[in-house]
Design a protein around this ligand. Structure first.
Ligand code: ADP
Length: 471
């Protein structure tokens, strides 16, 4: 049993609370039982005395046949006789009743504390308490009022200890049963806590295995269920999947980036080696070699600068301040500049809804549109067309789309084109390095938007950037 485990803590707290409740219950039961028992004792005392009241009668003379035929008890009193019926109960269930004169002289019946109650005043229909040798007794008196019985009293006496046997039986049963029940509850609680906490242990074990082995493919496997712990396990599994995805993306990026960087460096080195090793190199050949080196260096420097921009946008987005700007004018300016390119005799037309304003970063939005239009030129067809639209949509969003009638994208490439360094057909990419669309996606997300693409190989492609208007 681990000292600090949740299971131990839960069981300890639960046991402490249970023991407290049981002890309190024990004392409450005991005191309530005692109260009820005492009341029952007093009631039986009153009933016994009241019943005996009718069993005492007075006769002026004693007829011989009356006396002969019954077994009642007769005592001479005054000028006649007191008849005590044989139903008179002088001792029943430890309740004693005695017939006394007002000065305390006992005429009939029993009183175990007669001597001690000699001086106790008679009080009609009142329960009195007397303590004799440390024991409490209840005393109940009834004055007899029938003719001839004036001056006579019935005195009932019962000891408080009379109910003690029942009480100690209740107490004994509680003292034996309650600890057994508490023990069963504690063992049950320990087992339930263990069962309930098993998923947490499994979660912790899986997390530890992942930490030790760096194996993000591991998942927490619980039995069927849908309680909070299963939900927690699902959340953890989802988190592991995401971590795994981003870890893999990271690894992929490093490998792609190294590959992309290595190609121009290898070309430069090869060109240098070749030129240096060759004897009698002409000025023209030197020039050609330097031309190759310059081209590759440019490619390298563009690649590095694109990667840096990417890293900045991803890791330090706060470097790019947002301002309120007129997107319609920005799009029109970029289009009118880029329409001049006319690469492959492609025509660019632009239709924008006026005065669409957003909070955004001018530099990044320019980059976004420039990348999309450059791609449309690069993958467009000779004498083709590029259409740029900017319009607002219901629900405070606007759509910026760039459409071309170029080569289009194969459906199997569509899910990958926004990945960094992905090029469906590198031979057509020319100066591209596969970072353009990934950057577009990053910029759209930076502005709280998203990018979608529709494309048909041979017919052309449409890229749509959907952004919620924030102005
Ligand atoms: P690249 O520098 O290769 O153009 P991008 O990230 O801009 O990289 O694009 C990724 C790939 O998506 C390209 O290599 C190309 O295959 C495809 N692509 C992008 N835009 C278009 C387009 N307008 N028409 C057809 N294919 C496109």
């Amino acid at each position: 049993m681990k000292k600090n485990s949740i299971r131990t803590k839960i069981t300890l707290w639960f046991s402490a609370a249970l023991i407290l409740v049981v002890v309190l219950t024990y004392f409450v039961i005991l005191s309530v039982s005692k109260g009820i028992l005492q009341k029952t004792i007093r009631d039986s005392l009153i009933t016994a005395v009241e019943n005996n009241v009718d069993e005492v009668e007075y006769y002026t003379s004693l007829y011989s046949d009356t006396a002969a035929n019954d077994i009642d008890y007769y005592v001479r009193y005054g000028n006649g006789y007191i008849e005590i019926d044989d139903d008179f109960l002088d001792a029943v269930n430890d309740v004693y009743t005695s017939l006394c004169q007002a000065d305390g002289t006992l005429i009939y019946g029993e009183n175990p504390i007669a001597l001690d109650t000699m001086d106790l005043d008679f009080q009609d229909s009142v329960v009195q308490r007397v303590r004799v040798d440390g024991t409490l007794y209840y005393v109940f008196d009834r004055q007899l009022t029938l003719d001839g019985l004036e001056g006579l009293w019935l005195r009932g006496v019962v000891s408080e200890e009379q109910g003690e046997t029942e009480l100690s039986a209740i107490s004994r049963t509680s003292l034996i049963l309650q600890p057994i029940l508490v023990l069963i509850a504690i063992i049950g609680g320990w087992l339930i806590a263990g069962r309930v906490l098993t998923p947490i242990r499994q979660i912790a074990e899986t997390a530890a295995q992942i930490r030790q082995g760096d194996d993000l493919k591991k998942r927490i496997e619980l039995n069927d269920g849908s309680d909070e712990l299963h939900q927690l396990a699902d959340q953890f599994n989802e988190m592991f999947s995401r971590l795994d995805d981003s870890f893999q993306a990271q690894q992929q990026f490093v490998s792609d980036a190294s590959h992309e960087l290595r190609t121009p460096v290898t070309v430069i080195r090869a060109q240098c080696d070749l030129t240096l090793e060759e004897q009698d190199v002409s000025l023209e050949e030197y020039r050609e070699a330097l031309e190759v080196i310059r081209r590759q260096s440019k490619k390298l420097s563009r690649l590095i600068s694109d990667m840096l921009d990417f890293a900045r946008l991803e890791l330090q987005p706060e470097r790019y301040q947002k301002e309120e700007l007129n997107l319609s004018s920005l799009v029109e300016d970029i289009c009118s500049d880029m329409a001049l390119i006319r690469e492959n005799n492609i025509t660019l037309t632009c239709e924008t809804e006026e005065n669409i304003r957003i909070r955004g970063n001018r530099e990044l939005l320019t980059r976004l549109l420039t990348n999309l239009i450059s791609n449309a030129y690069r993958y467009g067809r000779t004498n083709g067309h590029i259409w740029v639209y900017l319009r607002s949509e219901p629900g405070h969003s606007f759509v910026l789309s760039v459409q071309d009638d170029g080569i289009g994208i194969a459906s199997e490439d569509l899910p990958n084109i926004f990945r960094r360094f992905y090029q469906a057909d590198p031979s057509r990419s020319g100066k591209g390095n596969g970072l353009g669309l990934a950057m577009v996606k990053e910029i759209a997300e930076f502005h709280g938007g998203e990018i979608r693409v529709q494309s048909e190989p041979g017919s052309g492609s449409t890229f749509m950037v959907i952004i919620q208007s924030t102005c």
